[in-house]
Write a protein that binds this ligand. Sequence first.
Ligand code: FAD
Length: 291
Amino acid sequence: MKISDLFRKQQTTFSFEFFPPRDEISAVDFGINVGQLMKLNPSFVTVTYGAGGSTQERTFALVDYLQNKIGLTCMAHYTCVNATRKRVEEDLTHLVNLGIENLMLLRGDPPEGQELFIAPENGFHYASELMAYAHEKFNFCKSGACYVDKHPEAPTLEEDIRHLKKKTDAGADFLITQLFFENKNYFRFIDLAGKAGIHCRIIPGIIPITSYRQIERFTKMSGAEIPASLVQKLEHYKNDADAIYHIGLEFSINQCRELLANGAPGLHFYTLNKSRAAVEIFEKLSKEIGI
Ligand code: FAD
């Protein structure tokens, strides 16, 4: 099913992001975690595309499996790093043949050791160009990425949003945000996007902090602001893994509660292929607000 059709039935969606497991052991672990998450009856799930297309085969195999064997509504991520138009056409045709109807279309990051993104000859410079191409040639429901705390390469949030408008004009049906921790930044972003003429669903991307070393990792990865009060609390308990988990979980529950109460159209969880935190957040929220 196209996720855009699902939106007509579900005012609020709950979705999960997975990455393709690296080896047999991770695959077993993945199966256990997906089993737990399926009990939550997600609206849809998404599967990432490794940097530079490194997981292409596994990404395609996993979306095929999750959608066609497990029966989940699935969205494949796809980046245009190192991809010519011909290659994109072949890859997207392959996904059509697998019955995949939903795509998250991304530019991708420059390869390791390269500072700037360089489009290959006859390739795409920005996600909006890839979006326009897919819109013209195929019939997918299409999603794009956006950045509440601004994309790291963009000089200002306003400029980033101006470019984001090109992505929605090019055919993006909805957007999912990069992870963030300051809800006020999400609502500021929604306001600025609306003023820039972006009116599609913008689903917040949520990641619960479950270990101390994730603070640095998440900040580096996304440039997301982590509230000072949360960092202080985590610092205080940095040698107590259980306390860190519960502080991170409590923060996430409050974050999700506030987002939904103030009109966010859903929650998209970056699960890191783990189920425990997402299941606990759901259990808590479902008791409170009946999701
Ligand atoms: P774009 O939208 O093209 O933006 C990139 C930069 O270019 C921004 O700074 C933007 O402001 C600027 N820009 C855009 N258009 C123009 C223009 N016309 N002129 C000048 N500047 C412009 N990466 C992966 O490798 N695999 C994944 O599966 C993956 N999944 C993701 C899922 C989500 C929800 C998010 C938020 C990110 C994901 N990423 C993934 C990371 C993403 O690939 C990087 O953040 C990448 O650096 C930007 O991709 P984009 O599609 O947002 O690029």
